[in-house]
Design a protein around this ligand. Structure first.
Ligand SMILES: [Zn+2]
Length: 450
C-alpha cells in the first residue's frame, strides 16, 4: 500500500490515539498528569514503531520524551519534530459544552483541551512516521522527536535541555510544534517568530494611599510612571530608547516578495477588532510588513489607585505597569534590558524600579534555504495550496534551536485558526489532521531526497 493511502485507511486509529492523549490531562501550570502523559506518549510512540526515552534535567522539571529512528536507505540526513505534551489549564470549566478532557468526537471535530495544541499536531507526526514504517519498512530520512512538557508555561528549561543534549538532538531541519491553517484551508508555512522582552516598571512614592487633597504636596506615582513610559515610544509606535534598533537589518528582496504575496485583508481585520485605523495609519503592504517585522513597546496593563464604581478621591501610594516589547531579528534581549535601564536613568527616572520577567530573541529561517521549498512543495501537494510567512507576529522558543542546534526551523501544522486553542471548547478538525499527516509524510520524502 502506498504511504498516503495508508494514512487514509488508518484515520480511525489516529483519532482514537488522539482521544487517549486528550483524556490524559497534562496541565503543566498545575503539574497535573505530566509524568503520566509522558509515559502515554512513549506508549504511543512504541506502538507506532519508535523507540523512545525519557530525558531529565533535575527534580521539578518536566521530562522530555525523545524518540529516534534511523533511516536504512538514507542515514545521513535527520529531520526533527519539536512538540509538547503539556496543555493549558482548562478553566473556566463551566464554559465547556463537554468535559474538557473528554476527547469527544462530533462530526468533523474532536473536542478537548490539547486536541489541537499540541496533541493533535503531535499525533499527525507520529502517524506519518508509522505510515512509512508500515508500508515501506523504512523512513526516508532519520527522524527525531523532541517532545517537551513545559511549553505552555514558557519553555523555561528548553535552552538547558538543548545545551545538555546538543549531540543527541543534532539534526538538519526542525518542524516546529504547530502551524496555522487559515479560513480558506491554506496552511501557513512560518519561517520565524519574533522575540519578547517582558518587564514590569513600578514607582513607590509614599508608604500608603493618601487623601487626594494632598496632591498639592505629595507626588503622584501614576503621573510619574506615565511621564516615564511616555519617553519610551512615540505616538506612531517607534521606540525611542537609544540604540534600540542598532543591530536590525532591513528585509531582504526575497522576504519582501513573500510579504507582498501574503494574503491580508485590512478591512476584515479591522472589522474583527472593531477599529478604524492601524498604528501610524499603516495600510495594506505596510501593515503586512509591520506584522512580520516591526518591534513593539506595548502596555499590557497599568495599575494604580481606584478604578472601581463611582468616585473615590484618592492619591495612590504606588503605580505599576507591565510592558511587553516584541523583538525582531538581531535584537539581543540582554542588550535591550541594559539599554532600557540606561534610558530611564539618563531621562531622570532612576526611581522607576525595573523587574524583568522574560527575555527571548527572535528567530528566522532564510526563505532561500532548500528546506523551505521542500516543505512548501509538500504542503501544496497535501493541501492544494499554501502560504509562506516570513515571520509570525508572535513569540515561541525558536531561537535556542537556531542558535544552539544551528537548525533551520519551519512551522507547519494542522491548527485551524479558529480552533479555540487556550479557550473553552478547543477542537481539532479531522480533515486537517488527515491532510497534515499526509503533508508530514511528503515533507519527510522531500527532505530525504535532496
Ligand atoms: Zn499553546
Amino acid at each position: 500500500m502506498n504511504v498516503l493511502k495508508h494514512v487514509d485507511a488508518h484515520m480511525d486509529d489516529l483519532i482514537s490515539d488522539l482521544q487517549k492523549l486528550i483524556q490524559q490531562p497534562s496541565v503543566s501550570a498545575k503539574n497535573e498528569g505530566i509524568e503520566q502523559c509522558a509515559k502515554l506518549v512513549q506508549k504511543l510512540l512504541k506502538s507506532s514503531g519508535l523507540k523512545s526515552e525519557i530525558l531529565r534535567l533535575k527534580k521539578g522539571v518536566a521530562p522530555i520524551v525523545f524518540a529516534e529512528i534511523k533511516s536504512k536507505s538514507n542515514p545521513d540526513k535527520t529531520l526533527m519534530f519539536y512538540n509538547h505534551y503539556d496543555v493549558q489549564p482548562a478553566e473556566p470549566f463551566d464554559l465547556w459544552d463537554d468535559p474538557p478532557f473528554s476527547g469527544v468526537r462530533k462530526g468533523n471535530k474532536i473536542f478537548g483541551r490539547g486536541s489541537t495544541d499540541d496533541k493533535g499536531e503531535l499525533i499527525t507526526r507520529i502517524k506519518a512516521v508509522e505510515s512509512y514504517l508500515k508500508t515501506t519498512g523504512d523512513v526516508p530520512c532519520n527522524i527525531k522527536f523532541v517532545i517537551e512538557g513545559e511549553e505552555e508555561t514558557g519553555s523555561a528549561h528548553i535552552e538547558e535541555y538543548l545545551k545538555k543534549y546538543r549531540k543527541k538532538f543534532s539534526n538538519d531541519g526542525v518542524i516546529w510544534e504547530f502551524g496555522y491553517v487559515d479560513a480558506k484551508n491554506r496552511p501557513i508555512i512560518g519561517l520565524g517568530m519574533k522575540g519578547l522582552l517582558f518587564v514590569e516598571l513600578s514607582v513607590q512614592e509614599s508608604i500608603r494611599d493618601a487623601h487626594s487633597s494632598l496632591a498639592v504636596l505629595i507626588k503622584n506615582p501614576a503621573w510619574r510612571l506615565v511621564d516615564a513610559i511616555k519617553t519610551l515610544r512615540d505616538s506612531n509606535g517607534k521606540i525611542l530608547i537609544k540604540d534600540w534598533y542598532n543591530e536590525v537589518t532591513p528585509f531582504s528582496k526575497e522576504d519582501l516578495k513573500l510579504i507582498e504575496k501574503e494574503p491580508f485583508d485590512q478591512n476584515v481585520f479591522k472589522k474583527e477588532f472593531g477599529i478604524n485605523s492601524f498604528v501610524d495609519n499603516k495600510k495594506n503592504l505596510d501593515a503586512k510588513k509591520a506584522l512580520v517585522g516591526d518591534a513593539t513597546c506595548n502596555i499590557a496593563g497599568f495599575v494604580s489607585g481606584y478604578t472601581g464604581d463611582g468616585a473615590k478621591t484618592v492619591l495612590p501610594g504606588s503605580a505599576l505597569v507591565k510592558i511587553d516589547f516584541r523583538l525582531i531579528p538581531k535584537m539581543d534581549p540582554k542588550k535591550q534590558v541594559i539599554r532600557l535601564k540606561k534610558h530611564l536613568k539618563s531621562h531622570g527616572f532612576s526611581d522607576v524600579k525595573i523587574k524583568i520577567f522574560h527575555g527571548e530573541a527572535a528567530a528566522r529561517t532564510d526563505s532561500t534555504h532548500p528546506f523551505v521549498s521542500q516543505v512548501k512543495t509538500a504542503a501544496d501537494k497535501a493541501f492544494g495550496k499554501s502560504i509562506l510567512n516570513v515571520s509570525n507576529a508572535g513569540t515561541g522558543p525558536m531561537y535556542p534551536f537556531v542558535d544552539i542546534l544551528k537548525s533551520p526551523c519551519i512551522s507547519i501544522g494542522s491548527t485551524y485558526m479558529f480552533s479555540r486553542i487556550h479557550s473553552p471548547n478547543e477542537f481539532a478538525r479531522i480533515d486537517l489532521l488527515k491532510k497534515t499527516t499526509k503533508c508530514m509524510c511528503l515533507i519527510m520524502e522531500n527532505f530525504g531526497k535532496y
